[in-house]
Write a protein that binds this ligand. Structure first.
Ligand code: FES
Ligand code: FES
Length: 156
């Protein structure tokens, strides 16, 4: 199939995609957007989180055909002209990144949380990020990063 979709603000076309392959495969292997990670390919870890028409989804669970003529935003698309988004900066500054495999998904999920709830309580943060697994950090630094991101977002 020819897949046409808007990815990070650009119209993209992919020829030869199989309808049943995942959006994650399309992003990583066909479009070269390696930010979204493939850690489980079963919807369990959240490392592949992206926006599909403004809705947070696991890209590994979305079929390529379901992305036809739709808008996709990945972790790469949150930065503007090479300047990191405040959520991205917060994860770096808080030291919330170790191996980094979970980080793109956590950043997209945090971005989505703060867009609908700019000042979340800790239980709200924990609930929002419950689908994003990290095997390295113990989550303390991640919670610090979300708090920092919320403060930065409130200032901007
Ligand atoms: S790779 Fe998609 S949820 Fe784990
Ligand atoms: S930093 Fe390694 S999985 Fe989270």
């Amino acid at each position: 199939m020819r897949l046409s979709c808007r990815v990070n603000g650009e119209d993209r076309q992919v020829d030869g995609a199989w309808e049943g392959e995942s959006l994650l495969y399309v992003l990583r292997e066909r479009l070269g957007l390696a930010g979204s990670k493939n850690a489980c390919e079963q919807g369990e870890c959240g490392s592949c989180s992206v926006y599909l028409d403004d809705v947070l989804v696991c890209a590994c669970l979305v079929l390529a055909a379901q992305a036809q003529n739709r808008r996709v935003v990945t972790v790469e698309g949150l930065a503007v002209d090479g300047v990191l988004h405040p959520v991205q900066e917060a994860f770096v500054e808080a030291g919330a990144v170790q191996c980094g495999f979970c980080t793109p998904g956590l950043i997209v999920a945090t971005h989505e949380l703060l867009a609908r709830n700019p000042d979340p309580t800790e239980p709200e943060v924990r609930e929002a990020l419950a689908g994003n697994l990290c095997r390295c950090t113990g989550y303390v630094k991640i919670l610090d990063a979300v708090r920092l991101a919320a403060a930065r977002t409130a200032q901007s």
